[in-house]
Each structure stands twice: as structure tokens, then as C-alpha cells.
Design a protein around this ligand. Structure first.
Ligand code: SAH
Length: 364
């Protein structure tokens, strides 16, 4: 068992069962033993792979969509180019390379990265910082500069801690039973609290029945409201890419280690733990932010990338490839866009000012 397992067990022994959100916060972000604190989890040798690690085309097209939004909003002469949870920095490097062809964009960009992991900050610095790119890191969105904000977040929101609620049956009481992590024979185990009404789930009483599960990401609203207020006040645009859907329903908690699923409670700190993203909650938080930002329709990753021209881009890149490299390129394109791969599971939501057009690739 991991050191973190013992720390969490000791905490439960002293003060009782903890929420799933508290458990995830420790398992992922504990400063010493958390999953993201000390390692690079990405790539073939890690636990999971993400779209920017699969093909450069992903970041190139995201970069061009952001650059088009910048043009549509009058090319502000200084703006913050922001990424939440940049991983190895591959996506931002691809954005900067592709958008360098858009006159004035990179010169006006100040790169700001929101990243808590020291190990990944170092990777990002190696890949992105240089004599021509000044990078500033932030622990969270609250310290971002007061500038127009052109932002991307790929597989960031799925890593934020969630609480999970099970709709109670009539015999169990009214309201919801919350998933809690407790101790059994020194092992961490999940159980359910007694039923209680939950004020922020009142609206879910209409569309759920006994036994249904809904998940609630605790930090999502505050992060989204912060970003949306900046976009409403200073201009800009956000592209949020993740797996999930419009409105949370069902148990989507998942732990991955070495590219295989594992028990989320067995080895805290050793496995990546994620949940599907509730895009409706992001849209509602954006709309209710101070000043209110507009949101696009939720679009699948496959459709988004095709609308931005991934097919001609893939053909151009293919001209220079042959043999195994060509095969890998073709299968990477398929992985990003095909409905049976990432094309449908992953979705894209855009946030933008109410007086500007929606982002390229996300038009109605
Ligand atoms: N966007 C990258 C990496 C996704 S992994 C890619 O597509 O490849 C999730 C990233 O979010 C990691 O960089 C992780 O360290 C970071 N992260 C997770 N939770 C965070 C939090 N609460 N605050 C800031 N960064 C976080």
C-alpha cells in the first residue's frame, strides 16, 4: 500500500469517512505523494495518452481557431494566451508554431499556464520557454492578468475532484446518498451516506429516479465563472475539450494505470483518477458569470476538427511520409476523429463574448 493510502487512512480513522472530492484532491494533488505532483503520466510509457500527444494536427487546428477568434475581435495588441493543465506543453507548442503564420498573433500573445505539478511545469518550460516566448505559471485562474483571454483546456476539467450522489429510494429517505470513502480492515472502501436533501441538486429531482447517480465537480463553477467574467470584461475566447456530455448522469469515475483501468481506491497517488465532464454545468456557470459569457453548442471533437480542416491538413502532412510513419499518421488522424475512437466521446464547448461570433469549428 502507498504512503498516501496510510495518510488518508489515518485521517479517516481520526475524523470519519471523507467525500470522493476530498479523496480525489489528495490522490491527484497531494503536494508530495499526489499522482500529478511528481511524475509525467502521459504518453506510451505513462498511464494515458491525450489528443495533442497523438498528433500535432490537434494543436495546430486549436491554434488556428483561437487565432481566428482573435482576428474576429479586432486583433487586440496584447492578450493572454492561456492553457489550463498543459501536461507536457505539447499542445501549447503546436498552437504557437501553427499560429506563427497569423500575422501579429504570437507577438501580441503573453503565454500563461495554469499548472500545479512541479514535474510538469518543468517539462512545459523545456518545451515552450525560449528567447521569444515568455511564460508565466499560475497555481489557479485567479491570478491570470487582466487582458483579453484566449484559452484552451484539454483534459483539464476531467481531473478536477467530484462528489458523487445516488438518488435515494423511498425506503432510504428523501434526497441523495453521497459516496464516501471509509475504512474496512485497514483498506479504503467506498460506501454511501444516509439520505439527505442536497440544495444544488434540486433541479435534478425532475429528470432522475431512485438509484440514478449524478456527479458534481466542486471547483468547476468557480473556475468557469472566473474565466467567463474575464472574457465578458476584456474579450477573448475559451475552447474546452474533454470527455463527457451535456448534463451528468451515471457513474463515470475511472482510474487508469499503465493504460488499463484499476480500482480508484486501491493505490491512491499511483493511478490517474478522472470523471466525465458535465458541460451543461460549464455553460450555466459561464452564462451566470458577472457580465455573462455566451457559449457555443456542444460539438463532438470529430466534427470540430473536420470543420477546421483536419482532412486537408492530414493530406498535406501525408505527402512527406511513407511506410510506418505514414501508417502511424493515418491511424492518429483516425484516433482523433473517428466516432468509435475519440471522435464522439470527446466534446468541445466554446465560451465567447456576447457581442462576438462563436469560434471557428463551433458555429451553429
Ligand atoms: N492538457 C494536457 C494534459 C492533460 S492531463 C494534454 O492534453 O496532454 C491534466 C493536466 O492538468 C496535467 O498537466 C495536470 O498536472 C493538470 N492539473 C490537474 N489538476 C489541476 C489543478 N487543479 N490545477 C492546475 N492543473 C491541474
Amino acid at each position: 500500500m502507498t504512503k498516501l493510502h496510510d495518510l488518508i487512512a489515518a485521517r479517516i480513522q481520526t475524523s470519519g469517512p471523507i467525500t470522493l472530492a476530498d479523496y480525489m484532491a489528495d490522490a491527484l494533488m497531494h503536494p508530495k505523494f499526489g499522482y500529478y505532483a511528481s511524475r509525467d503520466p502521459l504518453g506510451a510509457a505513462g498511464d494515458f495518452t491525450t489528443a495533442p500527444e497523438i498528433s500535432q494536427m490537434f494543436g495546430e487546428l486549436i491554434g488556428l481557431s483561437l487565432a481566428q477568434a482573435w482576428i474576429d475581435q479586432g486583433q487586440p495588441s496584447a492578450f493572454a494566451l492561456v492553457e489550463l493543465g498543459p501536461g507536457r506543453g505539447t499542445l501549447m507548442a503546436d498552437i504557437l508554431r501553427a499560429s506563427a503564420k497569423v500575422s501579429g498573433f504570437v507577438d501580441a500573445a503573453r503565454v500563461h499556464l495554469v499548472e500545479t505539478s512541479p514535474a510538469l511545469r518543468k517539462k512545459q518550460a523545456d518545451l515552450i520557454s525560449g528567447p521569444h516566448t515568455n511564460v508565466t505559471w499560475h497555481d489557479d485562474v485567479s491570478t491570470l492578468p487582466d487582458l483579453p483571454l484566449f484559452l484552451v483546456a484539454n483534459e483539464f476539467f476531467d481531473a478536477l475532484p467530484i462528489r458523487q450522489f445516488h438518488r435515494a429510494t423511498a425506503a432510504e429517505g428523501s434526497g441523495w446518498r453521497e459516496l464516501q470513502i471509509g475504512l474496512q480492515d485497514d483498506k479504503l472502501v467506498a460506501g454511501l451516506s444516509a439520505a439527505a436533501p442536497i440544495s444544488f441538486l434540486e433541479h435534478r429531482l425532475d429528470d432522475t429516479k431512485s438509484g440514478d447517480i449524478v456527479e458534481h465537480c466542486t471547483a468547476l463553477a468557480a473556475i468557469t465563472e472566473n474565466i467567463a467574467t474575464r472574457i465578458a470584461t476584456h474579450g477573448g475566447a475559451a475552447l474546452i475539450v474533454d470527455y463527457g456530455d451535456w448534463r451528468s448522469l451515471g457513474d463515470t469515475l475511472q482510474a487508469l494505470q499503465n493504460h488499463a483501468t484499476t480500482d480508484p481506491f486501491a493505490n491512491p497517488g499511483e493511478a490517474d483518477i478522472t470523471a466525465h465532464v458535465d458541460f451543461e454545468a460549464i455553460a450555466m456557470a459561464a452564462a451566470s458569470a458577472n457580465g455573462g459569457a455566451a457559449y457555443t453548442r456542444l460539438t463532438t471533437q470529430g466534427v470540430f476538427l473536420e470543420r477546421l480542416g483536419i482532412v486537408p491538413r492530414a493530406q498535406t502532412l501525408a505527402l512527406h511520409l511513407s511506410g510506418d510513419a505514414l501508417d502511424a499518421h493515418i491511424s492518429a488522424h483516425r484516433r482523433l476523429t473517428h466516432p468509435s475512437e475519440m471522435g464522439s466521446l470527446f466534446k468541445v464547448l466554446g465560451l465567447y463574448p456576447t457581442n462576438a461570433p462563436p469560434q471557428a469549428g463551433l458555429e451553429p
